[in-house]
Design a binder for this molecule. Structure first.
Ligand code: GTP
Ligand code: MG
Length: 509
């Protein structure tokens, strides 16, 4: 007896499949044009589907390969030297990319110079342009520089660019004073460049609430300046990614057509003798010595060399780039290929913003990190946080280091400590600054470099010891991240120690 088969909607037998029948009936009656359109749309659908498959395959491959990548976080408070250390990595593993960025650092350096001048001129005005050991003038609140009124363009250079004449024969103090006033008046127009330069760097983002009247941030600085193709914004964790492996070797960022930079360059060049004279003036020196004028560390580096920096054809040197200061916002990811014993491993360097308001953005990177370099500036014993002027910077670094050492997500991460800015610490001690005045627990110890640096080191080691359930090793280095030779030797050292841990954990040995 033959069995009757019930036709099923899900049958693979096309002879009885109603959908196939409908399709065939449709195909049979379609015109040549309709057939061509159908085939084209089927081909397009197939192409899209294959493209999605290929993207998924690439994602899987990237994920598979990234499991072997080294993910290194640079952590530490603002101004500790993380981005400077990142530049040293870049110099070491992709030197060509620094060449490509070189001219775009001019914007940052011009901004650093103009911002420093603004700080000096505002302070001078508050002291009525005069200062000596028994100042007659008391500082008064100043509203002299109204940022909101500042035009978003640089005003023309004042006519008669010859240097302001000194007044011969005037009495010493008033002569000194009036000379400062004359210099201040001449340099004032340059300050209008502060705001547009800051806007240029931040891409329009301004962090408010800064004690210094405007801190400007770097959001994907390299990504914007080097090449759009090289840098891309990552939505998920808002990191900016700069992949140096993909940088075209012949890339050059050119500022030649940049009107703002040309204007500022021309003004600096025309006013460079005045800037040099202001910087050397006894009133300014006196204010600095008496700590009435507190300049940023990088201000002196650029101002003492103003004749070179304000020259018409100025191109930043590598040393200038290492001293240039721009605050990091969020997290910037830098990708390098690092060779060891003929094996190439991809390194992801995460350079984070260290200010208190930025620290929340670190967390998403904790669970995949292999290694951390914690950067603590030991020269900062006489400085306070810009975000919180009551907190001593060394105290803040110790608190932050406590959080990093005790964080559960980071408990098996390779840990390296850079006690940084040792050059500035030496200079401060040589200038007679006493640690005890700022860190009372330092007590009656000898105020020499070795004692001070070992004292700070002991405090960091103690934090580590007290938060070290996993008995992990802490690798400590005394560093000056602006010193290329010394820093690159230490980076080589850190790379080897990270690789040893990496090879063990990846079971590749
Ligand atoms: N003299 C000296 N200057 C340093 C050293 N390390 C960093 N600097 C300078 O200190 C300033 C701040 O350094 P950055 O690398 O921008 O600091 P950061 O940790 O990235 O700061 P944020 O991005 O705000 O978190 C820059 O002008 C650097 O040139 C150092 O060891 N010695
Ligand atoms: Mg930074």
């Amino acid at each position: 007896m033959s069995k009757m088969r019930t036709p099923s909607l899900y049958s693979t037998d096309s002879a009885v499949d109603p959908i196939s029948q409908v399709m065939r009936a449709g195909h049979a009656s379609e015109s040549t044009d309709q057939r061509r359109a159908r085939l084209e749309s089927e081909a397009e659908a197939k192409r899209v589907s294959e493209q999605i498959d290929e993207e998924l395959r690439q994602e899987r491959e990237k994920l598979r390969r990234s499991r072997g990548d080294v993910k290194l976080l640079l952590l530490g408070q603002a101004e500790s030297g993380k981005s400077t250390l990142q530049k040293q990595f870049q110099l070491m593993y992709k030197p060509n990319s620094i060449e490509q960025e070189r001219s775009s650092w001019r914007t940052v350096i011009y901004f650093n110079v103009v911002h420093s001048l603004k700080h000096i001129l505002t302070t001078l005005e508050a002291w009525d342009d005069s200062f000596d050991d028994n100042p007659r003038a008391l500082p008064h609140p100043t509203g002299y520089y109204d940022q909101s009124a500042s035009p978003y363009g640089v005003p023309p250079i004042p006519s008669g660019m010859a240097r302001a004449p000194s007044r011969p024969g005037s009495p010493a103090v008033s002569g000194r004073t009036s000379r400062v006033t004359a210099l201040r008046n001449r340099l004032n127009p340059l300050l209008d460049a502060d705001s547009p330069l800051a806007d240029r760097l931040s891409g329009g983002i301004t962090v408010s609430g800064s004690g210094k009247g405007g801190v400007y941030v770097r959001s994907g600085w390299q990504a914007r300046t080097v090449d759009k193709a090289m840098g891309k914004h990552r939505g998920k964790n808002s990191a900016y990614e700069v992949d140096y492996r993909r940088a075209p070797d012949n890339y050059r960022h050119e500022d030649d057509g940049d009107v703002l930079l040309q204007d500022v360059g021309r003004m600096l060049s025309a006013l460079r003798e005045d800037i040099r004279e202001l910087w050397a003036h006894p009133t300014v020196k006196g204010l600095i010595m008496k700590r009435k004028l507190k300049l940023d560390e990088w201000s002196e580096f650029f101002l003492k060399d103003i004749a070179r920096i304000a020259a018409p054809e100025y191109v930043p040197t590598t040393d200038d780039i290492l001293h240039a200061r721009i605050q990091t916002m969020g997290v910037a990811e830098h990708i390098f290929d690092v060779d060891l014993h003929g094996k190439s491993v991809t390194w992801h360097l995460f350079d984070v913003g260290g200010a208190r308001g930025q620290r929340h953005s670190w967390i998403p990177y904790f669970d995949t990190a292999n290694a951390i370099i914690f950067v603590a500036p030991v020269s900062a014993f006489d400085q306070y946080l810009e975000e919180d002027p009551r907190t001593n910077r060394i105290d803040d670094s110790l608190q932050l280091f406590t959080q990093v050492c005790s964080n559960a997500l980071l408990k098996s991460v390779h840990l390296v400590l850079f006690l940084n800015k040792t050059d500035l610490l030496k200079a401060k001690i040589d200038n007679g600054l006493r640690v005890q005045k700022y860190i009372t627990s330092f007590g009656e110890r000898t105020n020499d470099y070795e004692t001070v640096v070992q004292y700070f080191r002991a405090h960091f080691l103690q934090v580590h010891r007290r938060n070290n359930e996993n008995r992990r090793v802490l690798y400590t280095h005394f560093t000056s991240c602006v010193d290329t030779k010394a820093t690159q030797r230490i980076i080589g050292n850190v790379r080897d120690s990270i690789f040893r841990g990496y090879l063990q954990s990846a079971a590749l040995v």
